[in-house]
Design a protein around this ligand. Structure first.
Ligand SMILES: *Cc1c(COP(=O)(O)O)cnc(C)c1O
Length: 402
């Protein structure tokens, strides 16, 4: 055997538990705050670590695992397509891509008949900004305070959190931020220089704040009046998360650009931006992506869309979300400031920093996310069982009342 660093020559199943953490710690970029857990397997809403310990997953791949882990339909679609064709740039037509484009646009709000396929959420947002500027021939883009749209330079320019933005200034010019859910402030910002307004339907990273119908419809109206485009970022809220296939359905919205990713392909990396009728024709060469629209991801996405429908996952998210939010609201604890959410996108704002509570939850076998310093965020797979959610609620009850 060749004498590389010893760990590298071992097949992954044989890497000793300690050395996994050691390797990552030595060689990772350092941009992630890591938890002391090595996750090696998943099924549905259950994850297992390298010690064989079992967890209920309320991280849900940060929103990418709406279908749960290793869903058999996704596994089958990937396996079948991997044997046919994995990569195929958009300079050629492809059967699976064509099928996906047709399916995705048939599920979108009326009039959204075109889509650009990407590999992530930030790329979908990036594409939406480029298309908005190209289509309107204007520059100004208005985003919301507490909004999150990704971390590449364009998407980052629309993201609010200073911690993400400041080290990388100067960002893209002509981005402005206004308070979320405040129509008056938005009205003073939108004018005939505005290319687009970009909003989440429920702010996710910003602390799980649902937008109001009045605000979101008002924003749409302002855009129409001023010739600006409305970009909805449903990267996190899409694909059943909030109790509808797309969260815009709660408010009857008709965006001009709709950004999607996370759970679009059952956990496989993919994104998309759908284009409405108010977006002008785009011309060859103004944008592109090597991996965008690849048949492997397209097959996974087709399978995911099918599962969302046959397993009625949006309805399931609505019912289970109501159940969970009710359970959480019935917890009597002076620590809890507010329980917010829509469907299975749930935030518990507490009067303390969340880190020790997330640790205590992990000890009880529940994995959850923070958002900001004081909100516990739950994004369980929509296939989670009611029994598992009951366990999540009682674990939260324990750690928040102890
Ligand atoms: C996660 C997220 C993004 C960025 O998606 P990536 O795939 O991580 O680039 C953009 N917008 C929203 C609303 C998100 O939640």
């Amino acid at each position: 055997m060749k004498q590389y660093a010893k760990d590298y020559t071992l097949p992954s199943e044989q890497v000793k538990p300690m050395s996994i953490k050691t390797i990552e710690t030595q060689h990772t970029s350092g941009v992630y705050a890591k938890r002391d857990l090595t996750i090696v397997r998943g099924a549905g809403a259950t994850l297992w670590d390298d010690q064989g310990r079992e967890f209920i997953d309320c991280v849900g791949g940060q929103g990418a695992a709406n279908l749960g882990h290793t869903h058999p339909a996704i596994v089958a679609a990937l396996t079948e397509q991997a044997n046919k064709l994995i990569t195929c740039p958009e300079m050629f037509y492809n059967d699976r891509r064509a099928e996906l484009l047709s399916r995705l646009t048939s599920l979108a709000p009326k009039g959204m008949q075109r889509a650009f396929l990407t590999n992530s959420g930030t790329e979908a947002v990036e594409a939406a900004f480029k298309f908005a500027r190209f289509s309107t021939q204007r520059r100004k883009i208005i985003a919301a305070m507490r909004g999150f749209h990704g971390r590449t330079m364009g998407a980052l320019s629309a993201t609010w959190n200073k911690k993400y933005r400041q080290p990388f200034a100067p960002l893209v010019p002509d981005f402005e931020h206004v308070p979320y859910n405040n129509l008056g402030k938005l009205a003073t910002a939108v004018d005939n220089q505005t290319a687009a307004v970009v909003l989440e339907v429920v702010q996710g990273e910003g602390g799980v704040h649902p937008g109001t119908t009045e605000y979101l419809q008002g924003a749409q109206k302002l855009c129409r009046e001023h010739g600006a485009l409305l970009i909805l970022d449903e990267v996190q809220t899409g694909f059943g998360r909030t109790g509808k296939l797309f969260a815009l359905e709660h408010h009857g919205l008709r965006p001009d650009l709709l950004c999607l990713a996370k759970s679009i392909a059952g956990g496989v990396p993919m994104g998309a931006v759908l284009l409405g009728e108010r977006v002008n024709e785009l011309t060859p060469g103004i944008h592109g992506s090597t991996f965008g629209g690849n048949p492997l991801a397209a097959s996974a996405s087709l399978a995911a869309l099918e599962v969302l429908e046959t397993e009625t996952l949006p309805q399931r998210a609505a019912q289970l979300g109501d159940y969970l939010i009710n359970e959480l609201r019935s917890i009597e604890s002076p620590l809890i400031r507010e329980v917010r959410g829509l469907g299975l996108m749930v935030g518990i704002e507490i009067k303390a920093k969340v880190a020790p509570y997330l640790k205590a939850l992990t000890k009880r076998g529940v994995l959850a996310l923070p958002t900001g310093l004081t909100v516990i965020r739950l994004l369980p797979p929509l296939v989670i069982t009611r029994e598992q959610l009951a366990s999540v609620a009682s674990a939260l009850q324990e750690v928040l009342t102890e």
